[in-house]
Ligand binder design. Structure first.
Ligand SMILES: [Zn+2]
Length: 400
């Protein structure tokens, strides 16, 4: 019900009842509960057609519940707050020097100080969720430290929460590819179009290659949180050895290092300078640079062809540097997909660049936080102290 109000704006109880299929009495009771939690309020009235009696409208209370989103990337941590209506509050970006595959304690220090810089307690404002979108491999559901480079999500969440004793809300850690995929998915929707776009695959390349699969608007986790990790689809049986230990992974063809090497550009000048040089050569039609991207496009097309057999996506969205490189990747991709199109004339997945750029993961973390609050609004304490057992919990309880 809260989601309906959040997505449709102020509406009457009867409209809510019709839309979600609950009887009016239940809607009235639940609206009363949401009002007690300060999530919605009566915001005016509208004259109903026919009977003439004005219907009172309920809408979201701006600023009452806030979620905090963090993008912990390789060289910086960015934090932003927003309320349920999407109004953004403070933003803070800090440069960090941590090794993304290194010490979780140091990473937690960086994240916590960035959050502390934007998160000051305010009367009547409840902190609903902190969602951290993290670059690098994330293992969902793992509580303790693990051998190997993958970071256990729950363990990092505990370390961050321990450093922010006043936070008072759950902390979630997700992969930044999954967060970015969610945000790019929402950006695909055209205004007024409520139908989810079938299956969407997202793939990005920045410091590493990572991806996600969305089905009906939800991130597919798979049995081990590995679904959609397209970067490690093997595209050759005897290709280069990947950082993950396997051979011939897509990453070893479309990763930054692989492409720069294939284009004959040294990284000794620094990765950023090397990438600028690659861009210059591509725009100048330099044959080695163009051939490097064509080879990468060929590998990407092979991976998408494999993906077709598993998930049959309608859209493939490319993020990070893949979005910039798409014009040069496309011939290779199209050449690989052409035979499938010849057999199945209706087979037409679109391959497009993401529209949110480097902000995608941060947007996605905000969306994830908002979704979790909308799914369970009872986690927001009631405003009046005598209204229920939760009322004493959380720092916003004395705001009533
Ligand atoms: Zn790999």
């Amino acid at each position: 019900m809260l989601r309906h109000i959040a997505e449709h704006g102020p509406c009457a109880r009867t409209q809510i009842a019709d839309a979600i299929g609950l009887v009016h009495a239940s809607v009235a009771a639940l609206v009363a509960d949401l009002i007690e939690r300060g999530l919605v309020a009566e915001v005016g009235s509208a004259v109903s057609a026919g009977r003439g009696r004005p219907r009172r409208l309920v809408g979201l209370v701006p600023g009452r519940v806030r979620s905090v989103a963090v993008h912990a990337a390789w060289e910086h941590v960015t934090a932003v707050t927003a309320d349920l209506a999407g109004s953004a509050g403070r933003t803070r970006r800090m440069r960090t020097t941590h090794d993304p595959f290194g010490d979780s304690e140091a990473l937690a220090d960086g994240i916590a100080s960035c959050v502390a810089a934007i998160d000051s307690p305010e009367d009547g404002v409840h902190q609903g969720r902190l969602v951290i979108a993290l670059s690098g491999p994330v293992v969902e559901g793992a509580g303790g430290a693990l051998p190997g480079p993958a970071r256990p999500a729950a363990h990092l969440a505990q370390l961050v929460a321990a450093r922010l004793p006043d936070l008072g809300c759950p902390v979630d850690v997700v992969s930044d590819a999954k967060a970015a995929a969610l945000a790019e998915y929402q950006a695909l929707a055209t205004p007024g179009d409520e139908q989810p776009h079938g299956t969407v695959a997202y793939l990005k390349s920045d410091a590493g290659v990572a991806g996600a699969l969305l089905i009906g608007g939800r991130v597919l986790e798979g049995s081990h949180g590995l679904a959609g990790e397209l970067g490690h689809i093997p595209v050759s049986l005897d290709g280069p050895v990947c950082r993950c230990g396997a051979t011939g992974c897509l990453t070893t063809y479309i990763g930054t290092r692989a492409i720069l090497e294939s284009a004959g550009i040294t990284t000794r000048i620094g990765t950023d300078a090397a990438l600028t040089e690659l861009g210059r050569r591509l725009h100048a039609d330099e044959p080695f640079a163009v051939a490097a991207l064509q080879r990468a496009g060929d590998a990407l097309g092979a991976a998408l062809l494999s993906l077709t057999g598993v998930a049959d996506p309608t859209h493939v969205v490319l993020g990070g540097r893949l979005a910039e490189w798409l014009p040069w990747l496309r011939p290779g991709v199209d050449a690989r997909l052409a035979p499938r199109r010849a057999v199945f004339p209706t087979f037409s997945p679109t391959v497009t660049p993401g529209t949110l750029g480097a902000e995608a993961a941060l947007h996605g973390a905000l969306i994830a936080g908002r979704e979790r609050i909308l799914t369970d609004p009872a986690t927001v304490p009631k405003l009046l102290a005598d209204k229920g057992p939760e009322a004493g919990a959380g720092r916003s309880a004395d705001a009533g």
